[in-house]
Design a protein around this ligand. Sequence first.
Ligand code: DC
Length: 221
Amino acid sequence: MQSVPVIAIDGPSGSGKGTICKLLAKNLGYYLLDSGALYRLVAVAADHHGVSVENERALADIAAHLDVQFLADKVVLEGEDVTLAIRTETAGMNASKVASLTLVRKALEERQRAFAEAPGLVADGRDMGTVIFPQAQVKVFLTASAEERADRRYKQLKSKGLDASLPDILADIQQRDERDMKRAVAPLKPAADALEIDCTHMTIEEVEQQVMALITKRGLH
Ligand code: DC
């Protein structure tokens, strides 16, 4: 399907995928697809247009016509800077809801595949290795315990001076995991040929080393 090299990194919220993907894309000079941002954008656009997160047809229409620009330092939706708006816990929870709808996922498929351009792509998501890029040369499933992921998220929010409650964050993560893993369409699960890394007790550098070793083994670097 694609001859462009694709590195698919999947896993649950807060596993550190985003950080690893940014590092890899920078090191390799590859493009980066943050697929979660697309679902977050659909959720935020739906809110702007007063569309319920259960209205599958209207949401799929929004997804198919998403007017978005990914600029160097901001994300612009329908002319509005939504860089921060798509990162809130509410946007994440609503993204998880709209992402469980078949028509919404279908509407975003080709847009995601179009990110695979030379010299290569690092794709961050839940179904990169299973559905969107099944031919990816490198597939990684990055996970960590829910407690560790909640703790990382809590520290991240606190360091930004934002108000946060650890028990609330943990409950949100568990709820989101449950929905993402149990949905009928493209559930969060490792591809059969993915390298699974549990990074609960690992540093970012250690994870990066493991993934880079696999990339080298596959002849991409
Ligand atoms: O990675 P994230 O937290 O930004 O993703 C937000 C939500 O979007 C997540 O709860 C599940 C959904 N998602 C998905 O279903 N498939 C993807 N490829 C990426 C994200």
